[in-house]
Design a protein. Structure first.
Length: 156
């Protein structure tokens, strides 16, 4: 028994391991620190993209409806008035009342030319959107006006 007691005296006390340090971080934490901000900005971008105004798509759909209505009724005055209102509403939705609502006649046509990067409104078929809605009968090439309007709405 003497031998056993000698051996027990030679045993050292239990030593606990060093505590786990906070620094340096484990690779999983580094990955999380990189992924979370990227994920935040990605979700923020997706939410903004989903909430963006859909005026362009709606304006194109309404223009197609005007085109179908004109094909049925052949009323150029009505179609020209609807196109004029559509353009005005689309631009007010895009740029706001302050910039667009006060423009009339030549200023309006030159503004539309600037946006569409053509001269179709000041010297082409687009010129009729100013006066045609107020005439009883107008002789305007609606197909050309629809083409010019599609080009304008496509540039918004």
């Amino acid at each position: 028994m003497n031998d056993l007691q000698t051996q027990l005296k030679e045993l050292r006390d239990i030593h606990l391991p060093d505590p786990v340090s906070f620094w340096p971080l484990a690779p999983g934490w580094w990955a999380l620190l990189v992924i979370l901000p990227v994920l935040y900005f990605f979700i923020r971008y997706i939410v903004r993209w989903a909430r963006r105004p859909k005026y362009k798509k709606l304006a194109m759909a309404e223009l197609a409806a005007i085109e179908v209505d004109y094909a049925i009724s052949k009323d150029a005055t009505k179609a020209c008035g609807e196109i004029s209102l559509l353009i005005r509403r689309a631009l007010v939705a895009k740029f706001g009342n302050q910039e667009v609502a006060g423009l009339v006649e030549e200023e309006w046509l030159s503004y539309l030319d600037k946006l569409s990067k053509t001269d179709c409104f000041t010297s082409g078929s687009g010129r009729f959107i100013v006066s045609a809605p107020y005439q009883k009968h107008c002789e305007v090439d609606i197909n050309e006006l629809l083409k010019v309007t599609k080009k304008l709405l496509g540039r918004l």
